[in-house]
Design a protein around this ligand. Structure first.
Ligand SMILES: Nc1nc(=O)c2ncn([C@@H]3O[C@H](COP(=O)(O)OP(=O)(O)O[C@H]4O[C@H](CO)[C@@H](O)[C@H](O)[C@H]4O)[C@@H](O)[C@H]3O)c2[nH]1
Ligand SMILES: [Mg+2]
Length: 186
């Protein structure tokens, strides 16, 4: 399978001392939950047809906590430019390239896609917020912006009842190792 590379951004709001992440419905996650709870749906299915769901699970089982992120699908735009666009579209904060710090990159999937994700860090404050974010509904996006207080963030990271991406867990740990020790004491 060939897919686009992507960027993701760890956003920390200094005014509110919280991380800004997104919640999104992911069809693939939803279908994994269907298979876990209703394995019969996938049995004896004609591979050409989509399994019909007689007792659909609530949509919330397909919603995950994620970093703000976007695919790299605009030739001519740098990773940094795409990252700034995603922060504005999805979370409503206006950041410039100078506000971004590159953390690292990694393979976002090695079994199926092999694509690479580059992770950035952006500090924001309430003055930089220009809208509520939410993504682009006309492109089928339905994004909820969520704030995770710094003091609760490591508990959140390891709490398996909040489904999330590895990027969230890794970047929160990176923050605690690299940024938190230098924060002004409040
Ligand atoms: N968001 C996120 N957080 C992580 O922690 C995280 N960790 C890994 N990933 C992977 O990064 C890739 C890109 O992320 P997005 O799906 O958020 O990309 P977008 O460009 O924002 O949106 C696209 O998908 C939308 C539907 O959701 C459409 O409507 C758009 O047209 C379309 O461009 C995906 O492969 C995802 O697996 C994360 N992605
Ligand atoms: Mg996105």
């Amino acid at each position: 399978m060939r897919t686009h590379d992507s960027v993701s951004i760890l956003i920390f709001n200094t005014s509110r001392q919280c991380f800004v992440v997104v919640k999104q419905f992911r069809p693939a996650v939803y279908m994994c939950e269907i298979e876990r709870h209703q394995p019969q749906v996938f049995e004896n299915q004609d591979k050409e047809s989509f399994p019909s769901l007689e007792n659909p699970l609530p949509a919330v089982v397909g919603v995950t906590y994620e970093l703000c992120a976007g695919i790299v699908d605009k030739p001519g735009l740098s990773l940094e430019e795409i990252a700034c666009e995603e922060v504005l579209e999805e979370c409503g904060y206006r950041v410039s390239i100078a506000d971004l710090r590159r953390i690292t990159s990694y393979r976002s999937g090695v079994g199926v896609t092999g694509s690479r994700q580059t992770l950035f860090y952006a500090e924001v404050n309430d003055q930089m917020r220009t809208s509520g974010g939410g993504g682009q509904p006309e492109e089928g996006e339905l994004i909820e912006v969520v704030e995770i207080p710094l003091g609760e963030s490591m508990k959140f990271a390891y709490d398996e009842t909040f489904p999330k991406t590895m990027g969230v867990i890794f970047s929160f740990m990176w923050f605690h190792n690299n940024i938190a020790p230098k924060l002004p004491k409040k």
